[in-house]
Ligand binder design. Sequence first.
Ligand code: 5GP
Length: 196
Amino acid sequence: MNFLEERIIKDGIVKPGNVLKVDGFLNHQIDVALLDQMGLEFKRRFANKTVTKILTIEASGIGIACMVARHFGVPVVFAKKSKSVNIDGDMYIAEVESFTHKCKNQVIVSKKFLSSNDHVLIIDDFLANGCALQGLIAITESAGATVEGIGIAIEKGFQIGGTVIRNLGYQLESLAIVDSMDSENGTIKFKEQNNG
Ligand code: 5GP
């Protein structure tokens, strides 16, 4: 098991409805040393890529994205969730369905912070059905920028997002891929990965 998988086993809680709670180190209280280790690991996995911006979505992607950005020496841009309908033309907009909150949000990024010259590494905490990532990819494409890769902390491998995104041809790197989890007895099984 790698460092993140070990931490998930230690502190993750499986909730009914295929939700994994990681509030103790990622989603509410944040273990900064752990996130820094994740940042370094993403830097290693995307070492051959030219990256000018890290793109994520508020709120829980921001911490990880900042740690990745530190290792690449580039800024973080985070997509904001917005309920407002009258958004002016200075924004890229995508529609994202929330897995955890079961609602639709518009997510927006100012045109000031993403352009066709940008090479984007997308980072997020979880991958479930892939809606959040599809929104971030759509925003990158609206800007005419290039998606260099996608880094996820925890992929739920039993949901379709990973397959959909890999089939689109992107380099998707997940630090932990959950194969199965059981809320009755709290067990979590990971997919074996060979990332030597
Ligand atoms: P997707 O758009 O891939 O269906 O879901 C990804 C988003 O939903 C992530 O940004 C994350 O915030 C949230 N999410 C999905 N599954 C889980 C989960 O099991 N636990 C937590 N804490 N968040 C999740």
